[in-house]
Design a protein around this ligand. Structure first.
Ligand code: PMP
Length: 356
């Protein structure tokens, strides 16, 4: 007789399905929005300088140098900065520590598909608010009596940006409602809400070093908020593991923030690539949503998204697609280097010639 050790949650939970990470060479991987450019050479130097003595000791549990560097970069107090192993871990702490309330958490239907999974994991009461017909997001659609709102800005997977004025409207509409802005993609043309922290204590901003700072492999995420909100996250974190980031990640993160020129140049190149990719995709018959992120969200005028997705895959080009209402015809394509975008476009042309 088999014994069941699973509990009710593990049986009913529909886990988050991350983008594929195929370990095959010669693949054009445009499915998980990593940086197409490497991290700053200063980061690589810092990694090479790590020696045995650094590794045999436990890391600084407070990640003080990294938090201070990030705080200085944004001109805020170090007590307003939290770090974790990627923004996914930071967000998990946010759901557990700040969003589990008697009243509902609201977030857009369509947004980051991990949000409902965290709600299930941490027993958070939630309601999804449909985006408007054109996928835009409006502060008036969100009930001011809710406990909290979380939204990615720019939104994922649409890439649409809510200008700072819209964020301000959310904050003004309900001073007792917490607003969490997930700014994973903010560096590709958006304006961060971090400066609004000086005026609003109902704001928490989450960012990552995985995209614009090219460190997805090291797992570094950040949260910015009032010292009270950050203290709430620290309590949750300390209960799990009081050493949130390893020695290597802390050192690399510091250098990634210090090399502002490298960062600015990588962001600029991604934005340029995105704009020319968008024009070229439109010329191939795609409707391209105006993106402020390092990916584009596109739908072909006459060929189904699923067919294009599968045909690209056969040619070794991996993009992202969801079998979900409203977006099943769309593909999300990460912006690559100029060369990668050219490779994608050539493959798309030949695929479309067959499918049309
Ligand atoms: N938020 C959004 C909207 C994302 O798309 C992602 C990346 N999948 C994350 C957070 C998490 O990124 P990371 O854990 O690499 O920081």
């Amino acid at each position: 007789m088999s014994r069941r050790f699973w509990n009710e949650l593990t049986t009913r939970l529909e886990p988050y399905t991350p983008g594929e990470q195929p370990q095959i060479e010669k693949l054009l991987k445009l499915n998980t929005n990593e940086s197409p450019y490497p991290p700053s050479p200063r980061v690589l130097d810092a990694l090479r300088a790590v020696d045995g003595d650094d590794l045999l000791r436990y890391p600084d549990p407070a990640s003080k140098e990294l938090r201070q560097t990030v705080a200085d970069h944004h001109g805020i107090h170090v007590d307003s900065v939290f770090v974790g192993n990627g923004s996914d871990e930071v967000l998990s702490h946010v759901f557990q520590g700040l969003l589990k309330q008697q009243r509902e958490l609201l977030f857009p239907d369509i947004s980051y598909s991990f949000y409902p999974v965290w709600c299930q994991l941490h027993d958070v009461l939630y309601r999804q608010i449909p985006l408007r017909e054109d996928f835009s997001l409006h502060p008036d659609d969100y009930d001011s009596s809710a406990a909290a709102v979380i939204l990615p800005n720019p939104n994922a997977p649409t890439g649409l940006l809510l200008p700072l004025e819209g964020i301000r409207q959310f904050l003004d509409a309900a001073p007792d409602r917490l607003l969490v802005v997930d700014e994973a993609y903010i560096d590709f043309g958006g304006q961060s809400a971090i400066p609004l922290l000086a005026q609003y204590d109902n704001l928490l901003v989450v960012q990552t070093l995985s995209k614009s700072r090219a460190l997805a492999g090291l797992r570094i995420g950040l949260a910015f908020g009032s010292p009270e909100l950050i203290e709430g996250l620290v309590r949750i974190k300390d209960s799990f593991n009081s050493y949130p980031l390893d020695v290597v990640a802390q050192r690399a993160g510091v250098e990634a923030y210090r090399d502002t020129a490298w960062f600015a140049q990588c962001c600029r190149k991604v934005v340029e690539s995105r704009e020319s990719l968008s024009r070229n995709l439109a010329a191939l018959g795609f409707e391209v949503l105006p993106s402020s992120a390092n990916f584009v969200f596109v739908k072909h005028a006459s060929v189904s998204g699923k067919e294009i997705f599968e045909a690209l895959r056969e040619q070794g080009v991996i993009v992202r697609r969801w079998d979900k209402p409203r977006i099943s015809e769309y593909l999300r394509i990460s912006v690559g280097t100029g060369e990668q975008c050219a490779g994608l476009l050539t493959t798309l042309e030949s695929v479309l010639a067959v499918l049309k």
